[in-house]
Design a protein around this ligand. Structure first.
Ligand code: PTT
Ligand code: SF4
Length: 610
């Protein structure tokens, strides 16, 4: 096999053993890499009903066939597992030096099972694989632990690690890297902590097996040039994702006070324009020439790397209208290894619960000191943080008294930063995302608002969600390349099939990539259904109740809310287009079309397929 090393590393932390395994060409050709590999491995090997925090759960890190080559924005990695937050399939995607290093160590993926007897870290140096003692790192925040590992091993080593949130099994813990990159929102850091695994440290120096190295070099150089010449390049370099604050404020979709208002009085104090005046440096992922991580000084003079989601969820959603304060909350999340989106939702939820007298908590919207304390308590799972750190769904179940009505999540994963009271297409995107409410698979909101049919529930919205899910959730997550060149600068999708062919020698058209996306989606859905069995129900694909029942309270969109019956109709169109039945389960014919006959037979053991 060219393009793929054809090898993955198995790590059993209970036994303290590692082993390299060759995988089949069929896996490479049918599932490509990244998310495709992850869901196939989880489907084949994880016993249904496994407790996500038990040693039996699998934690997977997977690169793709473009990783490690000098191709635009190819320095990312997928981290996946059965999620302790949702009980279903979970994954995330982050930029890290560990990713190209892993491929150059001759591996595409790492599959970790078991639980180490004491805090440990995994060291990979080409063909040397070792589980090492991490007792001295345990308890350190992610920045300090990373610095210690780099000091021991050198700066050329890539690291993936958890902070105290993962160690203490906060369910909203992510995996972090490079002081500002984080991924795995559905509790991937929690799973890592449950395995007593503090970090992965990776160095690879081998040549990658390219099908056509000269062509790859030529295509890569050309791709970087095309990106540099894109019209939006300079603006992107100045503001990155932070431009979205202003845009969302204008569109009335800025999460404010736990997704109640859609506009924020102090939006201009936390947006990309004000950030531009404060930026001290920029950081980003490997192999990228459109670096987008903007760093400012927080209230204590420390570096904090801002992104739209972080700033909104820790800013307007909890009422904090000072960018340096938001920077501090963001920095705390990165140090603790807490997902900013989950954390901002949990604090917003807590503030609303306190306001309604449902939670014994003396706080108010915008209270910076309380927010800092809540973050720390959620990471260490102490005090009220022990409830909130379970995520909004489970916290609401514990609190009772109708608290679930304002818990903003889908399937247990908190919504990212788009208020959808008047965006049914984006609500469908959250509803049908394969990991719970995340915008990453189908960010249709910009198209929806500019379409002139924002309030409508027409079938074209289901089509658009599927189109985006194929591109973003299928192609980019399986190639494991950053989607920003395409979605933010208009870097043409046609670049990717030639990259793939030069790397692997395998021809895949864009249509073939969409088919890959559909296969991955069908299998992820099968995974969820197998886990939930008879409890699976189409209502799991509904967005938060609040968007239906509690109209927006401010601004031009005051009074707007989603319509339950119309949403259900849109969901039905989505199911029909996907070849899924009324329950949202792929039919036998669809599984066959996606070349998943064996998987369909397995699924039939749990539910009857139509
Ligand atoms: C991602 C989610 C996002 S999505 C953001 S900001 W965004 C938050 N970032 C966090 C953070 O930072 N620290 C922290 N402690 N928690 C955080 N939680 C939130 O996590 C990220 C970029 C961004 S910035 C986005 S959209 C794009 N995401 C991509 C993706 O998902 N796939 C892909 N092929 N390309 C992508 N490119 C962009 O990458 P999750 P990163 Mg992140 C600090 O992983 O779990 O999906 O959650 O990886 O290296 O930081 O780059 O406005
Ligand atoms: Fe990373 Fe930003 Fe570059 Fe994407 S555009 S690869 S998120 S630095």
């Amino acid at each position: 096999m060219k393009g793929w090393n054809g090898r993955l590393l198995r790590v059993d932390l209970t036994k303290g053993k590692t082993a390299v395994q060759e995988y089949s060409e069929d896996l490479a050709h049918r599932f490509v890499g990244g998310r495709g590999f992850a869901v196939k491995l989880l489907w084949d090997e994880l016993k249904p009903g496994t407790d996500p925090l038990s040693p039996d759960n699998m934690l997977i890190f997977a690169t793709g066939p473009l990783t490690g080559f000098m191709l635009p924005n190819s320095g990312k990695i997928v981290v996946a597992s059965k999620s302790p937050l949702t009980g279903g399939y979970g994954d995330g995607n982050l930029g890290t030096q560990a990713s190209p290093n892993l491929r150059k160590a001759g591996l595409e993926a790492i599959v970790i099972t078991g639980r180490a007897g004491k805090p440990s870290y995994l060291l990979i140096e080409d063909d040397h694989h070792e589980i090492r003692d991490a007792s001295e790192l345990w308890g350190l925040d992610a920045f300090k632990a990373e610095a210690a590992l780099k000091e021991d091993h050198g700066r050329a080593y890539g690291t993936l690690l958890i902070g105290p949130a993962g160690e203490n099994l906060s369910r909203i813990a992510t995996v972090v890297s490079q002081e500002g990159r984080a991924g795995g929102r559905p509790g991937m850091g929690t799973v890592m902590g449950s395995k007593n695994l503090k970090a992965l440290v990776v160095r690879g120096t081998k040549e990658l097996p390219a099908h056509d190295p000269a062509k790859l070099r030529e295509l890569g150089q050309e791709g970087y040039q095309v990106i540099l010449k894109k019209d939006n390049y300079n603006f992107w370099k100045r503001q990155g994702t932070m431009a979205t604050v202003e845009w969302c404020q204008e569109a009335g979709t800025l999460p404010t006070h736990n997704f109640r208002e859609g506009i924020f009085e102090y939006a201009a104090d936390i947006d990309g324009n004000i950030m531009e005046t404060m930026v001290t440096k920029q950081r980003g992922c490997p192999n990228c020439n459109m670096i987008c991580g903007n760093v400012i000084e927080d209230t204590e003079g420390r570096e904090s790397e801002l992104d739209y989601e972080n700033v909104t969820m820790l800013g307007s959603n909890i009422g904090v209208g000072d960018l340096q304060q938001v920077g501090t909350l963001n920095r705390i999340c990165d140090e603790l290894g807490l997902d900013t989106i989950g954390a901002g939702n949990c604090i917003g939820f807590a503030m609303e619960a306190a306001e309604k007298g449902l939670l014994d908590l003396d706080t108010a919207w915008g209270d910076f000191e309380d927010s800092k304390k809540l973050l720390t308590d959620m990471a260490y799972m102490r005090g009220v943080g022990a409830t909130l750190g379970l995520g909004t769904k489970k916290a609401a179940e514990k609190i009772g008294k109708g608290a679930g009505d304002f818990a903003i999540h889908v399937k247990g994963l908190e919504c990212s930063a788009y208020d959808c009271h008047l965006c049914p297409g984006m609500a469908l995107s959250f509803g049908t995302s394969p990991i719970g409410a995340h915008h990453k698979d189908a960010w249709v909101i910009s198209w929806e608002i500019s379409s002139g049919k924002r309030a409508e529930y027409g079938p074209e919205k289901a089509d658009k969600v599927i189109e985006f899910q194929r591109i973003r959730g299928g192609m980019f997550e399986s190639l494991v390349a950053c989607r920003f060149p395409w979605i933010e600068l208009g870097f043409e999708l046609d670049h990717y099939p030639p990259y793939f062919e030069a790397a692997t020698g395998v021809k895949m058209s864009l249509d073939d990539f969409w088919a890959l996306g559909d296969r991955v989606y069908a299998l992820i859905r099968a995974f969820w259904v197998r886990e939930f069995g008879g409890k699976w129900d189409r209502h799991m694909d509904y967005p938060p109740k609040k968007w239906f029942d509690e109209p927006l309270t401010k601004g031009a969109l005051k009074g707007k809310h989603l319509d339950m019956e119309k949403y259900d109709g849109l969901l039905q169109v989505y199911y029909e287009r996907r070849g899924w039945d009324d329950r949202g389960i792929p039919t036998k014919a669809t599984m066959k079309k996606r070349k998943l006959e064996k998987e369909a037979a397995e699924l039939e053991k749990y539910v009857k397929l139509n």
